[in-house]
Structure formats: structure tokens, C-alpha cells
Design a protein around this ligand. Structure first.
Ligand code: MLC
Ligand code: AMP
Length: 516
């Protein structure tokens, strides 16, 4: 099937490879370079391996692997073979994985060799047929097995509506929900961004984000691949390594924490950024101070955009200047207008559209919006309006020029360094600990992470609790970024007349905890 006739996302990415397949596609920080031919051949071998397993159509391939080019190849190979990719944050521990594997029922799990003993046990208990290992040094059973397969492969034919990936995003009531994204969702958004962000010949992307979320896996990787652009690949964000690469790059994408940390580097100068074309920020609110400091230091204006797992990218400040204007109108503190083809509206609690300037619930529709939550039809129904718009859970307002400002969230969510933390989940863990009567988890301003997670814990009558010991215990149970940076034992939590914990009072009381 010709690439144009096959809506498989991989077909579009493959068609965008440059004519010179021996050119470098990915330059890594370990000194190893990968050509476009390497990407083509390795994804073919991996796709052949996946297809040889004779797993049913629509099978999920779960990856709990450190960032590496081979991990990216596994994602691409999963698309290529027509299966469904399920990326998992490597910070997740046993209880978290137990839930994801139980809920998604993948046919294949790929994990780091050092985690094989516990992950394979957990996976086999849940009926997973195949567990492979993949390490960040090009070793592991996945690559050993793939080496025996041909390096050519016919891209699996897919329909635009077929599932390509499932991204778990936590629910406000505790349990994570798997957002189902189709080939059509991912490709349409990637194509819109290619044009809107003006990807052009000669662009080089510094890829410094993790590849288990929308930002690093889809927005950054698809952006470069769909443009046939080279990536300067960092296995882990390191501000010095980014600064070093700026003179050879044109595009950088980061969560606000990355910009905050880069600003602490003396080497971040106007000269170092002279060749750079575009700095993009998203996944969490960019502070206006960071926006301004960046402008002052580099003479570049950060382009802020807004998105989420369920919808990929929704709005973006402009990349190009409008006709007759000298500069693109990138307004700090806003996330820009809706992207072409994406519908964004701000409505009141009754669903009535609000006039310009009024604050309300942000809802979206468009070809980028996911098909629903994996095996949760009721949750899916709850999150869509009767006329088919998705409720983002974000609260915002439009200005007269159609620029959206996100002013808060109706969902009880903390975003720390670009990672989502759901208070209900952490409270659940704390409340299960001996001696704990109840707890409240909130986010307060944090100079590095934007929001820092803190916990207020009420002991049961007669129980003596040590907040630090509870935090230490939590660290053995859940991903480190979710663990409160500070915890306090308190006698009671403030409640309103309805008995609901007044988290705003807790946030106010601890507002200066990290910022002084
Ligand atoms: C790490 N730690 C964090 C943290 N990241 N704590 C709070 N928030 C975070 N984000 C903790 C670890 O648990 C550990 O704790 C300690 O910090 C050191 O760990 P590390 O892995 O060495 O941290 P570091 O490399 O400094 O990571 C910070 C970071 C990383 C900012 C580079 O968090 C990151 O890459 N964030 C990007 C997330 C992202 O890509 N989000 C996109 C989501 S997509 P201890 O106690 O063990 O020492 C999305 C949609 C959209 O939202 O619109 O894009
Ligand atoms: P996730 O579920 O990880 O995809 O996170 C999506 C959430 O991140 C959105 O619903 C927003 O709350 C938040 N978000 C993403 N980009 C921005 C931004 N530029 N400004 C403010 N919040 C953002």
C-alpha cells in the first residue's frame, strides 16, 4: 500500500525520511549516531519480531524502559507492525505497574533487564505472554531476538480510527484512565504542528524530554521525524549538555522546569542561541518571570502551547509574524489561539459559551481528540458533552484576539516539573498507613518544579505519627515525583459547611514553604 493510502502513522513518518538514508537522523550523547537507514532497518526487524509472536490484532505493547533510541524504535516498530503502544514512566513502581498491566492487558511487556525479575513475575501472573528486556546500552533480549529477523517490512495497513497508543492519565478519583489515541489523532496533530511551527529544511531538534508522555514521545519526536530533521538526543535532561548543543540546533522543546534550570547556566547567552529558531514550552504553566528572563538573556521569545494526553496539542502561540507585523505575537502568560482545525471554547457550568474575558471551563473538539478511555465507557461519557466536546478540566479565558489564558484547573491535579500528580491517589496511600486517620495533598509554588507536592496528615486518636517516616515509606511504594517534598502532621483539616476539605486554605497557609 502506498504511504498516502495507508493511514498508519508510521507510513507518514517513513515517507518523510530524507532521500539520503545515510544521513544522520539521531545523534546521541553517548557518541553513537543513527542514520535514517538504521531507523528504517531496526524498526523493520522489531516489527517483524512483534508480528512473529502471532499476538491478536490490537494487542498492546507496554514499555517500561529508560530513554534510548532503541526505545523510540520500539515505539515506531509497534506502529509499523500495527499494534498499540503503551508507554510507562520508568519511575513507576510495582503497585503502579500492577494496575497498568492488569488494566491494559498487554500481550508484550518490555522492561529494563534490572527490573526483569519483578516485572516479569507481575506480567506473567497477569497473563502477559511475552516479556522482553531492553537496556539503555543496546542490550537485552528484545534486540537479541530482533536481530534474527529481516530488515525489511511492509508497513501494516491501518485505518485512521485504529488505535495507535494508550496513554495513562490519572483520574481525580484515584484510578488512572487509559486515553486511547488513534493513528488519525496523532498524525493530524503532527501535520498541523509541522505547518504551524514552520518546521523547515535544516531544522535540528534538541530532544531532552522523557519519551513516555505526549510531549517527548509525540510532539517532539513526531515533529522531527515528520520533517526529516536530525535530533540531538539526550538520554536525560542536563542543562549543560543542552547549552553545549544550542549552537548546532534550531528547535528546543521543554517543560517550564527545563527553562528555569537552563537560565541558571552562565553559558546560556544570546550568542549561544544565535542559530536557534524556536523555543517551545508546555505541559505546565510557564511563569511570566521565566518568559521575560528568557527574552532578556537570549533575545528569543518562548512560544508557549497547551495540550494534554487526551487531545495532544490544542492551542499555540504563533510561530510566524502576522502580515504587516515585525514579530510573531507571542504573549507571555497565554497559551495562544486554538490550533488550525481544533475547536476550543470556554463555557460556564451549564455549558453556555462565555464572552471574551470571562473565566470558565475549557472544552475542545477536533481530529486530535482521543476516542475515549480504555474500557471505561462511563468515564468517557462523563468527560464528553452531549454535543461531543471534551471537558479538559482546565479553567481559562479568551482575550479579544482569541488567545487563551489558563487560569486554573477544576480537576484536583498538581503539575510538578511537567508530571501530573493526583492528590486523591497520594491521599489513598497515606490513608492506608497505620495510624493515619486522613490526609490532604496539595501543590504549592516551587521555584524548580512550578508546584511542589506537600501532605497534611491527621493521626488516628492516640497514634504518634512521624511525617518523615510516612514519606520514606511512600517512596518505596510509588513513583518518586509523586512523593510529597514535605509532610506535616496536623490535628485536623479545615472543612467547609458541606464537610469538604478546604484545600485552598491549606495552599494559602503553605504558599511560601518553598519560595520563602
Ligand atoms: C524528578 N523528581 C521530581 C520530578 N522529577 N520531583 C518532582 N517533580 C518532578 N517532575 C525527583 C525524583 O523523584 C528524585 O527524588 C529527584 O527528583 C531526582 O530525580 P531525577 O530523575 O534525577 O530528576 P531530574 O532529572 O532532575 O528530573 C527533573 C525533570 C523531569 C524536570 C528533568 O521531571 C522531567 O523530565 N520532567 C518532564 C516531564 C514531561 O516530559 N512531561 C510532559 C508530560 S505531557 P528523590 O527524592 O528520589 O531524590 C503533557 C501534555 C503536554 O503534560 O501538554 O505536553
Ligand atoms: P497530561 O494529562 O499529562 O497530558 O497533562 C495535561 C494538563 O497539563 C492539561 O490539562 C493542563 O492542565 C496542563 N498543561 C499543559 N500545557 C499547559 C500550559 N502551557 N499551561 C498550563 N497548563 C498546561
Amino acid at each position: 500500500m502506498s504511504p498516502a493510502a495507508n493511514p498508519n502513522l508510521f507510513a507518514a513518518l517513513r515517507a518523510a525520511f530524507p532521500a539520503d538514508l545515510d544521513a544522520i537522523a539521531i545523534e546521541t550523547d553517548s557518541g553513537l549516531d543513527y542514520s535514517w537507514r538504521d531507523l528504517d532497518r531496526a524498526t523493520a526487524m522489531l516489527a517483524n519480531l512483534l508480528q512473529s509472536l502471532e499476538i491478536p490484532a490490537g494487542s498492546r505493547v507496554a514499555a517500561h524502559t529508560e530513554k534510548s533510541v532503541e526505545a523510540l524504535m520500539l515505539y515506531l516498530a509497534t506502529l509499523r507492525a500495527g499494534f498499540v503502544y503503551l508507554p510507562l514512566n520508568t519511575a513507576y513502581q510495582a503497585a503502579e505497574l500492577d494496575y497498568f498491566i492488569g488494566n491494559a492487558e498487554p500481550a508484550v511487556v518490555v522492561c529494563a533487564g534490572r527490573n526483569f525479575p519483578w516485572i516479569s513475575q507481575l506480567a506473567f501472573q497477569k497473563g502477559v505472554a511475552h516479556v522482553f528486556t531492553l537496556n539503555d546500552d543496546r542490550t537485552g533480549t528484545l534486540l537479541d531476538r530482533a536481530a534474527h529477523f529481516p530488515d525489511t517490512h511492509e508497513i501494516a495497513p491501518k485505518a485512521a480510527g485504529d488505535l495507535a497508543a494508550i496513554l495513562y492519565t490519572s483520574g481525580t478519583t484515584g484510578r488512572s484512565k487509559g486515553a486511547m489515541l488513534s493513528h488519525g489523532n496523532l498524525l493530524s496533530n503532527a501535520q498541523v504542528l509541522k505547518d504551524f511551527w514552520d518546521w523547515r529544511e535544516g531544522d535540528v531538534l534538541i530532544h531532552a524530554l522523557p519519551i513516555f508522555h505526549v510531549h517527548g514521545l509525540f510532539v517532539a519526536s513526531h515533529g522531527a521525524l515528520l520533517n526529516g530533521s536530525k535530533m540531538l538526543w539526550l538520554a536525560k535532561f542536563d542543562p549543560k549538555a543542552v547549552v553545549e548543543r544550542l549552537p548546532r540546533a534550531t528547535v528546543f522543546m521543554g517543560v517550564p522546569t527545563l527553562y528555569v534550570r537552563l537560565l541558571q547556566e552562565a553559558g546560556l547567552t544570546r550568542e549561544a542561541c544565535a542559530r536557534m529558531r524556536l523555543f517551545i514550552s508546555g505541559s505546565a504553566p510557564l511563569l511570566i518571570e521565566t518568559f521575560r528572563d528568557w527574552q532578556a538573556r537570549t533575545h528569543h521569545t518562548i512560544l508557549e502551547r497547551y495540550g494534554m494526553s487526551e487531545t495532544i496539542m490544542l492551542t499555540s502561540n504563533p510561530c510566524r509574524a502576522a502580515d504587516g507585523e515585525p514579530e510573531p505575537r507571542r504573549l507571555g502568560g497565554t497559551v495562544g489561539p486554538a490550533l488550525p482545525g481544533v475547536g476550543v471554547r470556554v463555557v460556564d457550568d451549564q455549558g453556555v459559551a462565555l464572552p471574551v474575558g470571562e473565566i470558565g471551563n475549557v472544552q475542545v473538539c477536533g481530529p486530535n481528540v482521543f476516542g475515549g478511555y480504555w474500557r471505561m465507557p462511563e468515564k468517557t461519557a462523563e468527560e464528553f458533552t452531549v454535543d461531543g466536546w471534551f471537558r479538559t478540566g482546565d479553567v481559562g479565558r479568551f482575550d479579544a484576539q482569541g488567545y487563551l489564558t489558563i487560569v486554573g484547573r477544576s480537576k484536583d491535579l498538581i503539575i510538578s516539573g511537567g508530571y501530573n500528580v493526583y492528590p486523591a491517589e497520594i491521599e489513598g496511600w497515606l490513608n492506608d498507613m497505620p495510624g493515619v486517620a486522613e490526609s490532604a495533598v496539595v501543590g504549592v509554588p516551587h521555584p524548580d518544579f512550578g508546584e511542589g507536592v506537600i501532605a497534611l496528615i491527621v493521626p488516628k486518636a492516640g497514634a504518634a505519627l512521624d511525617a518523615d517516616a510516612l514519606v520514606a515509606r511512600l517512596k518505596t511504594q510509588i513513583a518518586g515525583y509523586k512523593v510529597p517534598k514535605r509532610a506535616f502532621v496536623v490535628t485536623e483539616l479545615p472543612r467547609n459547611a458541606m464537610g469538604k476539605v478546604q484545600k485552598n486554605l491549606l495552599r494559602d497557609a503553605h504558599r511560601a514553604l518553598f519560595t520563602g
